[in-house]
Each structure stands twice: as structure tokens, then as C-alpha cells.
Design a protein around this ligand. Structure first.
Ligand code: ZN
Length: 329
């Protein structure tokens, strides 16, 4: 390992009941644990959503924050990046809080709790989602299976014949669990047309942003700006339309990352001092999505390094040839 520092990234929702305390407590002062949240929700009883795994109940989040404030050192991601770049150590039990995608619940439910406990977080937004032009393909798949009047659908995908039973909410959830891994296998160019085809076969229309259940809705840019200005939150990049980068060709990867970077800069830059920085996390950060081409696209386009880098509004900036801050998960 080139640097003594390393970090772990964990899906926070998956930690509920599994002992965050023991998992996140680090034994060496040079380590930090990165918690990855997505959305929050007030309850999970809304049957308009099949997959609640991305939306953590707010009570659970509050308990996690309370514990983090008492027993851990929550540090901004910038501090971890700096420590890695300089080879300096971090406080014991360092934790970084992050959110992916850019849900409105980050502002409505998480932000007040972060403020209450004085905790810092970084929110990685898919900019097309905030722009209101691209909802996520997995949201469309969820809503198509959840809203269809059909009780059964035979589906061919990736050379397999699947049968989706849709008679009950639980069966619909099961069908979605069958479908999502297959959709993730498709080349990006085919993914959206496959979802189009699915909606047509299920006889449901493509939802509009207004149709989205509350927990699925994006934050507005105003929300992102307000949080960013508070000092409690940094806004980072999570691609523009949230494709699976490893299924994209190199040009699309670069366009996704560059568009995301430009949208964030264009919208937030005027509100911040010239020194502000955006920490831009390409989707290549994810293990399942991390391939040499997607890493290269991040490095050369973003200008991210493999997974994480500081993007400064500095005309003399040049991409680093090697990623000094690659994070393990
Ligand atoms: Zn995401």
C-alpha cells in the first residue's frame, strides 16, 4: 500500500442492527470509516415504493448521529483527502458521513440533524436528477413493477426467461430483486430502452418528477446551495444521469463526469468564495462499478483521480497522473 492511510466505505443502511459502533471504531489513528447513506424517510409504509433499502428511517439516522457525535470524530471528507495527500494522521475513530444521489430528504430530514449535532457531511449529487431531467432508471423500474395493474409478466433479458409475479406487494418486491441485477448487466446504451420496454409491457407510463413518491424526489439546487453555504455540507459529483459507468463507453463516461462537474460549478460557484472546492466522487468509486476505463475517465475528465479528488477553480490546475487518495471499501 503506497500510503499508510486507508479508509473503509460502508453502506450505512446495511449497518442498522449490525453494530455500527464496533465496525466503525478504528484501531489506528490513520484510518477513517466512510459512511454512505442515500435518502432518509419518515416511515417505510408507503407501498408506492418497492425497494426501501436506499431510504433509511430518520429515527435510525438520528440515533447514528447521536452516537457519532458522542463517540467518534466526524471529519469532513476534505480532511481525509488532505491527510491522505500529505501522509498525516487523523484523529482516532474518524468517520466521514456521505450521501449519494441527491434526494430532497437529505435537506428535509438529514440536514437539520447534522446541524443539531454539529456534524459535517458530503452529498454526492447526480446533477441531471437535480435538474429535473433524468430520474434514475432504478426508480422507473421500481415504480413500473409497483404500479402495474398486471399480476404476471414473462420477461426475457440477458438470454434468460424470467417470470415476474405481481399479485401482492411482497411478490412485486421479489420481482424487482430479480430484475435489478439483470438490468445492471446491460450495456448503458440498452438500459433505458429496456426500462422503456418494461413500462410498455407493464402498461404503465413513464413517471414524471411530480409523480415520484416523496422519498424518491430530488433536492433542488436551492437546497444544495443553502446546505453548501452552511459549512455543514459539501456538494460533490455523482455523474449526471447516474448510469453504471462500467457499462458506458469511454466518451459517455467522460461526458457524464464532465457534465456533472460543470453543472455543480455553474450552479454553486457564484455563491462561494473563489477558494471553494468540490470533492467529486465518480461512480467508479463503487467496487462493482470500478474498472480501469471508468477510473481513467474519472482521472482525465473530472479532473478526478481514480475515485476522489479535489477540484478547484484554478486555471493552472492539472490532473495528477496517479491517484493519491484512492479509497478502499
Ligand atoms: Zn447512486
Amino acid at each position: 500500500m503506497p500510503l499508510a492511510l486507508y479508509s473503509r466505505s460502508i453502506k450505512a443502511a446495511a449497518l442498522v442492527g449490525s453494530g455500527l459502533a464496533s465496525f466503525a471504531r478504528t484501531r489506528r489513528s490513520a484510518e477513517a470509516t466512510i459512511l454512505t447513506f442515500h435518502g432518509l424517510c419518515e416511515d417505510t409504509s408507503d407501498r408506492d415504493i418497492l425497494d426501501w433499502s436506499l431510504h433509511l428511517p430518520v429515527d435510525v439516522f438520528r440515533n447514528i448521529c447521536s452516537m457519532l457525535a458522542k463517540e467518534y470524530h466526524v471529519i469532513p471528507l476534505t480532511e481525509l483527502v488532505e491527510a491522505r495527500s500529505r501522509g498525516t494522521s487523523l484523529p482516532d475513530n474518524s468517520v466521514v458521513i456521505t450521501f449519494d444521489d441527491g434526494y430532497a430528504s437529505n435537506y428535509e430530514l438529514a440536514y437539520p440533524i447534522l446541524q443539531e449535532f454539529g456534524l459535517h457531511a458530503t452529498i454526492f449529487v447526480a446533477t441531471g436528477f437535480l435538474d429535473g431531467v433524468e430520474m434514475f432508471w432504478f426508480q422507473r423500474a421500481d415504480l413500473a413493477l409497483g404500479r402495474s395493474q398486471k399480476e404476471l409478466l414473462d420477461w426475457k433479458i440477458n438470454g434468460k426467461k424470467l417470470r415476474f409475479y405481481l399479485g401482492t406487494y411482497e411478490l412485486r418486491q421479489q420481482s424487482l430483486r430479480q430484475l435489478l441485477p439483470e438490468l445492471k448487466e446491460l450495456p448503458d446504451a440498452d438500459l433505458l430502452s429496456e426500462v422503456d420496454r418494461l413500462e410498455a409491457a407493464l402498461d404503465v407510463s413513464t413517471p414524471t418528477f411530480e409523480d415520484l413518491p416523496k422519498a424518491m424526489r430530488p433536492m433542488t439546487w436551492e437546497m444544495a446551495c443553502e446546505m453548501s453555504l452552511s459549512g455543514h455540507v459539501d456538494i460533490g459529483g455523482h455523474t449526471h444521469t447516474h448510469p453504471i459507468l462500467s457499462r458506458c463507453d469511454v466518451l459517455s463516461m467522460r461526458a457524464e463526469i464532465a457534465t456533472c462537474r460543470d453543472r455543480i460549478h455553474a450552479t454553486l460557484a457564484s455563491l462561494r468564495s473563489p477558494q471553494w472546492g468540490v470533492h467529486c466522487k465518480a461512480k467508479a468509486f463503487y467496487r462493482t462499478d470500478f474498472t480501469p476505463p471508468s477510473a481513467a475517465a474519472s482521472t482525465t475528465t473530472s479532473p478526478c483521480t481514480n475515485c476522489l479528488a479535489t477540484v478547484l477553480p484554478n486555471p493552472s490546475w492539472r490532473p495528477r497522473p496517479r491517484c493519491p487518495v484512492r479509497l478502499k471499501r
